[in-house]
Design a protein around this ligand. Structure first.
Ligand code: G6P
Length: 502
């Protein structure tokens, strides 16, 4: 049962996610260069002090990643490329799965990003989509195969009674598949997205909807970012599977890691927990005070002058609602001429999922609208909107520090860390315009200016209020936002889940 590939000892703690902590580039001379990724999981795992008795299983996402997997025995990467470990300088073991490209593409682009992501964020234009046709059926088979590849690798790598933390919508079938292979393991699943309301979720073909729910219920414990998403999942289990849903003692509003619910289906119980994820304040504070950030601040100051700065930073992602955000800014300038020449909207929209046509079209619409705003209002000495589409982390941090107002208006969002990072990093305090459909709203709602993300006029009004906020009020709110945002650091998020799985 436990046939192991590779060199390391059987793992005690395993993490599985589609995108791993490292990606590769094939250089002209045939060598591979590694690039380490950031994010909450990386810092959580580093802080947990896991070394050689842990392994992170993830997918090769490009040809260079596949090449790296092929050059490594059993797909286990050379640890010197990787994460800092528990002080032994060795790094965390990573196993990169070389899944056949057509299986990966159907699983990742076809199902995970074009179906499950769309369902949970309610992104479909329902008069014409989705249409679950024969092509979808093939993609679903490949999604299952992609999840099976993860389940097999985890079963191979795990030591007896190991704990496995499976991440996100890409890998919803893994808990159930893994339980069948290795009933001794303790398996957790965590959803980083919202969960769709029942009526939206049941758009999926019945058998597929059931397979998704049963996949997650294969876990001992399923985690969500907020109580709202946890309860939506439970409602789907109750209505589609006739599962029994029991209260397990309510956590506090921010989620304190205790169990919220228990779902009983065919004699098995899956515990449901809420774990909010906060900003990594220690890292951000240090990183945002480095010279590269200071240099970007000088450039931005030059461009913005002494005008107010309204900032947004997103992946160019359909759920982030960038188009309505720009329309709201346009409406603000149309209806409040007092802001002409006195405000600059700095909008960073970094490329994401450009393999999908809908994302390419969306990116084009964002650019078109930005040009239209500048054409309508720009003057010789005032560019009302600065749009940047090249990813630059130091420049994002510079804008975080300088923002007078931050706009975070997603249609729906599991949490939204930008809303939390900006107040933590802000130099002089920042007013936050925040969608009530972002998970972060549960924790930040009191000191943010809440908006309905579909209401362009309402969003423009909130922008006006935020820009007009007296400095003392702004800095008071910003301090409280920063405290709430930093209350659940990634390390705690990770450790709480490990502990909850025993
Ligand atoms: C969301 C998901 C993550 C994912 C990220 C970037 O935040 O919850 O799992 O890593 O988007 O998406 P990508 O498709 O580029 O990995």
């Amino acid at each position: 049962m436990n046939e192991r590939i590779g060199e390391g000892p059987a793992a005690r703690v395993l993490v599985a996610s589609n995108r791993g902590p490292v990606s590769f580039r094939l250089e002209a001379d045939g060598t591979l260069s590694a690039r380490r990724g950031g994010g909450g999981l990386v810092s959580g795992i580093s802080a947990a002090g896991l070394g050689s008795d842990a392994v992170w299983v993830c997918a090769a996402m490009s040809d260079a990643d596949r090449e790296a997997a092929r050059r490594s025995p059993g797909g286990r990467l050379d640890r010197s490329d990787l994460l800092p470990g528990d002080g032994d300088g060795q790094g965390l073991p990573v196993r990169l799965l070389d899944i056949p490209p057509e299986v990966f593409t159907d699983g990742y682009n076809g199902i995970a990003n074009s179906v499950l992501w769309f369902v949970h964020h309610m992104l479909y234009d329902t008069p014409v989509e989705p249409a679950f046709d024969a092509h979808f059926a093939t993609q679903w088979e490949n999604f299952r195969a992609y999840n099976e590849a993860f389940a097999r690798a985890l079963a191979e790598e795990a030591g007896p009674d190991a704990v496995v933390l499976v991440q996100d919508y890409h890998l919803v079938l893994v808990p159930g598949l893994l339980r069948a292979l290795r009933p001794d393991l303790r398996v957790g699943h965590f959803s980083h997205t919202p969960w769709a309301p029942v009526d939206y979720f049941r758009m999926l073909p019945d058998a597929v909807a059931r397979e998704v729910l049963l996949g997650i219920l294969g876990a001992d414990r399923a985690g969500f970012l907020t109580e709202r998403w946890a309860r939506a999942f439970a409602a789907c289990c109750r209505d589609l599977l006739a599962a029994e849903v029991r209260e397990a003692g309510a956590p506090d509003a921010a989620g304190d890691g205790r169990d919220l619910l228990e779902i009983v289906h065919e004699g098995r119980t899956t515990r449901i927990g809420v774990h909010g994820l906060g900003a990594d304040a220690a890292f951000l504070t240090e990183r945002s005070r480095r010279p590269d950030v200071d240099a970007r601040m000088a450039v931005l100051r030059e461009q913005v002058g002494d005008r107010r700065m309204l900032v947004r930073v997103d992946r160019t992602e359909l759920s982030k609602n960038i188009v309505r955000g720009l329309l709201a800014y346009q409406h603000l300038l149309r209806t409040r001429p007092e802001w002409h020449g006195r405000v600059v909207h700095v909008a960073f929209a970094y490329p994401s999922r450009q393999d999908l046509a809908s994302y390419r079209h969306y990116t084009a619409e964002v650019r078109r609208l930005a040009d239209a705003v500048n054409a309508e209002f720009g003057t010789e000495d005032w560019t009302p909107l600065l749009l940047h589409v090249e990813d630059d982390f130091a420049r994002s941090l510079a804008a975080y520090r300088m923002a007078d107002v931050a706009v975070v208006n997603p249609i729906r969002d599991g949490m939204n860390l930008v809303a939390k990072e900006i107040p933590v990093v802000s130099d002089a305090g920042c007013a936050l315009v925040l969608s009530r459909e972002a998970g972060a709203y549960a924790e930040l709602g009191e000191d943010a200016l809440g908006i309905n993300p579909y209401d362009v006029v309402g969003t423009a009004e909130a922008m006006h209020q935020a820009l007009s906020m007296p400095p003392e009020e702004r800095s008071g709110r910003s301090k409280r936002l920063a405290e709430a945002a930093a209350a659940l650091p990634p390390a705690r998020w990770f450790m709480d889940q490990l502990e909850a799985l025993g």
